[in-house]
Design a protein around this ligand. Structure first.
Ligand SMILES: NC(=O)c1ccc[n+]([C@@H]2O[C@H](COP(=O)([O-])OP(=O)(O)OC[C@H]3O[C@@H](n4cnc5c(N)ncnc54)[C@H](OP(=O)(O)O)[C@@H]3O)[C@@H](O)[C@H]2O)c1
Length: 275
């Protein structure tokens, strides 16, 4: 598996998403993912599973520095003191001294100035609590602002991305800033994408599953990382087995053309104005 050079962060191109995984399930699935070859795990304070994710990483027997671990700070905790307390609490639950990447989960919904949050995130970096810092769910204008405010280069913007959702603007901005774009909901949550004609055709042509075609489409794009989630053990190795084939330029283009308006899954009252 290749790593995406995200302002020096070196993020493994495929990670294991953990939203909705809890308790012993989360622990065993994370441990199994690492045993299968994953080296990147995505969690968040809001997921309520950091303790289990930490246990899963320890249960894998891998050294801590072999696993790229991301956590996130919820949008109501972005005042300086709250942000630092949130990340410290995450580290306590994870039982690690440092994460590889700490992200602002969503832009502030309660008026905390971006400058204050970015400065606090930089302070967390300076304390050594996060090896790299970044953001999530930032539209282009806000991303440009965040980059301008941050002393430490931002490693990524984690955003919803799948064949049904055009993210050209955000992707372009990430590349312009040397950042990775990390795709969440990369499989469109198993929705209609699996049966779309270009995906089904590529699956047939390459002897791969539709999920593998979609994940390959992600990681074959410049600077894109995907973090699919599964609670089905057999799908853990399936989702990782995407580095032994290549989609043609025309297959890539046909999948990218599946974009349809109104396909965004994660859109909430507190969401920013999207590009
Ligand atoms: N930053 C943010 O605001 C944000 C928002 C959403 C998500 N995320 C992160 O992104 C991760 C992934 O997003 P997501 O979980 O929402 O959506 P997703 O990964 O696109 O889809 C997960 C769904 O796809 C199914 N699936 C997985 N592999 C499959 C396969 N090989 N074949 C068929 N179906 C398959 C899963 O079913 P089974 O589990 O039944 O196998 C599950 O229902 C999250 O877990 C989280 O870490 C971040």
């Amino acid at each position: 598996m290749h790593r995406v050079d995200a302002n020096g962060a070196g993020i493994p191109a495929l990670g294991f998403g953990t939203w909705t995984l809890e308790g012993d399930d989360a622990k065993s699935l994370v441990s199994e993912a690492l045993a299968s070859g994953y080296r990147h795990v995505d969690t968040a304070a809001m997921y309520g599973n950091e303790a289990a994710v930490g246990e899963g990483i320890r249960a894998s027997g891998l050294a801590r520095d072999e696993v790229f671990l991301t956590t996130k700070i919820w949008h109501t905790d972005l005042a300086a003191a709250d942000l630092k307390a949130s990340l410290q609490a995450s580290l306590e639950r994870l039982k690690f001294d440092q994460v590889d990447l700490a992200l602002i989960h969503w832009p502030s919904s309660n008026g905390v100035p971006l400058a204050e949050s970015i400065e606090a995130l930089n302070a967390c970096y300076a304390e050594g609590w996060a090896k790299n810092i970044g953001v999530s769910n930032f539209p282009v204008k806000l991303l440009d602002e965040a980059v301008g405010l941050s002393a430490q280069p931002l490693a990524c913007n984690q955003v919803e991305y799948h064949p049904m959702l055009n993210q050209d603007a955000v992707h372009g901005a990430c590349r312009r800033h040397g950042m990775a774009m990390v795709s969440y909901c990369p499989l469109f949550r198993g929705g209609d994408a699996f049966t779309a004609a270009p995906i089904a055709a590529a699956a047939e042509a390459h002897g791969k599953s539709p999920a593998q075609i979609i994940l390959r489409w992600h990681v074959q794009q410049d600077g894109v990382v995907a973090i699919p989630r599964t609670r089905t053990p057999a799908r853990i190795p399936e989702n990782l087995a995407i580095f032994d084939f290549e989609l043609s330029a025309s297959e890539m283009a046909a999948i990218s053309a599946l974009t349809v308006a109104g396909s965004r899954i994660c859109d909430f009252a507190f969401s920013p104005e999207w590009d």
